[in-house]
Design a protein around this ligand. Structure first.
Ligand code: MN
Ligand code: MN
Length: 300
């Protein structure tokens, strides 16, 4: 990896570290998820970086991909375990991190299990380590707390404008003997759950990303596709970002039609909410690393 690229990852990581610290300090019981996400995204925009994806605020059995909709009234209650997943990019070079806040007072150990699994995995992450060794360590750590890791969610490589690149970094023991290589940026993100350890897709989708620029007939869909390609490239975006956009000036009907047409043509893909079984609780911890000139650099 060139020094210039490494510096962009490091800068994205520095910005994200600050944003994460502020979020940990300021998120409180009773706040609306929509206000939290908007505030964090506005803060990122003020730093010279950009959000690499909509802030994910997944509660309880939702493990990932929940971002508030434009009219979302959900507020944090004392029955909630909240995952806060934030990304920053500089010219497409992404830093990705997440942490969990327990408002119940009952799931401190679940949060600790995910955090400890992350720390153990980070300590192993250097060039030459096999991916399965990291997965085993995460699984062993989370099992040691009496919880399950989520096996069908994983860490991932980070490439320019690609949030989920190869290699995928397992959260359980697998037979993947590939090794982490120098010059690679990646995120490790263990999930600990009281549920089954397998997530499923919900119907609700608030997050989308450009898949391929394809011809579409509807004029609003065409305008939206051009906007997405220019504004977000291949990084994920939220429907609420489109809804509030002054350049597009779409009403709700136009927005829904345009999004539906882009989905149907395969120009964009959806990231449905991913949840474990009903009444379960999930905790997540995530950071990003860069292997550069033989050393592991923690970005966040
Ligand atoms: Mn993340
Ligand atoms: Mn990630």
């Amino acid at each position: 990896m060139e020094q210039k690229e490494a510096e962009k990852y490091i800068k994205a990581g520095k910005i994200l570290s600050q944003v994460k610290e502020n979020a940990q300090k300021h998120i409180k019981l009773g706040q609306k998820l929509l206000d939290i996400a908007s505030k964090i995204e506005a803060e990122i925009a003020g730093t010279g970086g950009k959000p690499a994806f909509p802030v994910n605020l997944s509660l309880n059995s939702n493990a990932a991909h929940y971002t508030p909709s434009i009219e979302d009234l959900t507020a944090i209650s004392e029955n909630d375990v909240l995952k806060v997943d934030i990304g920053v990019h500089i010219d497409g070079y992404i830093a990705d991190c997440a942490f969990t806040l327990d408002f119940t007072g009952k799931y401190g150990k679940l949060v600790e299990a995910a955090e400890k699994a992350l720390e153990n995995a980070v300590a192993m992450a250097k060039p030459g380590i096999e991916l399965r060794a990291i997965g085993s360590e995460i699984e062993k750590t989370i099992n040691g707390y009496g919880f399950r890791p989520i096996s069908n969610l994983s860490g991932h490589g980070l490439e320019q404008y690609t949030q989920h690149a190869e290699p995928s970094i397992p959260n359980t023991s697998t037979n993947d003997s590939r090794k982490l290589e120098d010059g690679c940026a990646f995120a490790i993100e263990p999930f600990a759950t009281t549920g089954s350890g397998i997530v499923r897709e919900a119907v609700q989708t608030e997050i989308f990303a450009l898949e391929e620029e394809r011809p579409v007939r509807n004029a609003h869909a065409r305008k939206l596709l051009e906007f997405i390609a220019g504004e977000y490239e291949t990084l994920p975006f939220a429907e609420r970002w489109i809804a509030g956009n002054k350049k597009l000036k779409f009403g709700e009907f136009e927005r829904k039609v345009a999004l539906r047409e882009l989905m149907q043509s395969g120009a964009i893909r959806a990231f449905p909410i991913l949840h474990d079984e009903k009444n379960s609780f999930v905790a997540q911890a995530e950071t990003s690393l860069l292997l550069h000139e033989g050393k592991a650099i923690r970005l966040v």
